[in-house]
Design a protein around this ligand. Structure first.
Ligand code: SF4
Length: 354
């Protein structure tokens, strides 16, 4: 293991010598962000390498407009709002779910828990706040399919599901010259397959390297990126071993595709990304909370003062936000990047000098 880390360090150093300029790598995944801090990866790298946190934390990229709709629905007497724990403390215009102190707001660990709530409370509509990338979307799709097949009419989802590749394209399409390469998320790539990143690598000529979450895997991912850059290449590569195939998990892809269709939905900090969000297909519209409650769309909104949008685009590091560690801390978060355990602000706070 140590030998592999040393080998990666040497490759990185050699590439830095050849490049003679900063190399800015965006890790697209929140789990990578946390793992990089936990393993002290930055301390192993030459100063030329700059790691940027990207839009890979599902709660962080969920737009403010979505949070406000969740709060609105949670306030209704006829609704049980089911959500994963991280969403409880994300601030919206009307506060947070936690501060509503309603027994009808339930933290669930799985979509099965949300379906069980619907079975147990036939007099209420259970709305599941469905956020996340390609890793969690299949579970939402299966939950809707189960509700449909068992005639569970009092269950619906508020889809905040998102797609990783359109976000990467949007970041580079906005002429973000801070990003030289992407370290692509391991878990999402198991579903998507590494070939999914080819449009990014080919159009923008940027290395897209899939890496795992162990220290050695992250170092090898960075080394592969540096080597490509030193050789003038911008290609898709996986150093995640057998877990990631070029085609990915076709069954999971089919489950997603059967239930959801891409549309131009809002992302925090990135605005409306073409084909970057997922909504239920028309044949499953009756399980769509927007449709059921007559809400026409999720508006794009920003929370004043919070710089999460700029953090998610790699434009600033969290300590450059004037509120970081002053008004905004994990105990008193102002934006989702400080709430979520995968958020960049939370990771910088926890593993920095605070
Ligand atoms: S430190 Fe707080 S206010 Fe600033 S960007 Fe991060 S979450 Fe938003």
């Amino acid at each position: 293991m140590l030998e592999r880390v040393e080998q990666a360090k040497q490759t990185i150093q050699q590439a830095c010598t050849r490049m003679d300029r900063p190399i800015q790598i965006m890790e697209v995944c929140g789990t990578h962000t946390v793992a990089i801090f936990r393993h002290g990866i930055r301390s192993l790298l030459p100063p030329q390498i700059k790691l940027l946190s990207g839009p890979g934390c599902p709660v962080c990229v969920t737009d403010q407009g979505y949070i406000d709709i969740v709060l609105e629905l949670a306030g209704r007497d006829d609704v049980i709002l089911a959500t994963y724990g991280d969403m409880m403390r994300v601030p919206g215009r009307a506060g947070t779910l936690e501060r509503l102190h309603k027994p009808e707001i339930k933290v669930v660990l799985s979509t099965d828990d949300a379906l069980a709530l619907a079975q147990k409370h036939p007099d209420k509509t259970v709305v599941f706040a469905a956020v996340g990338f390609e890793t969690t979307t299949p579970a939402s799709a299966v939950a809707v399919a189960d509700a449909a097949s068992s005639n569970l009419h009092n269950f619906c989802i508020l889809s905040g599901h998102k797609l990783v590749v359109p976000a990467m394209q949007a970041l580079l399409g906005a002429k973000n010259d801070k990003i030289d390469a992407f370290m692509c998320p391991g878990h999402v790539s198991v579903i998507l397959g590494s070939d999914a990143y080819k449009p990014v690598a080919e159009r923008f000529h940027k290395p897209c390297v899939v890496a795992g979450f162990e220290a050695v895997q992250i170092m090898e991912g960075i080394a592969a990126i540096c080597k490509q850059m030193a050789e003038g290449r911008g290609e898709v590569e996986s150093v995640y071993g057998a877990a990631v195939t070029p085609q990915g998990n076709r069954t999971a892809q089919a489950i997603i595709d059967n239930m959801f269709e891409p549309y131009d939905g809002p992302w925090r900090g990135l605005g409306f990304i073409p084909g970057g969000s997922l909504r239920l297909r028309p044949r499953y519209q009756r399980f769509d909370a927007l449709h059921r409650f007559g809400i026409s769309e999720i508006p794009a909104e920003e929370l004043g003062g919070c710089q999460c949008g700029r953090v998610l685009c790699g434009l600033i590091d969290p300590p450059q936000c004037p509120l970081f560690a002053r008004k905004c801390t994990p105990d008193s978060p102002i934006g989702p990047c400080m709430v979520s355990t995968e958020g960049a602000c939370s990771a910088w706070y926890k593993y920095g000098k605070h």
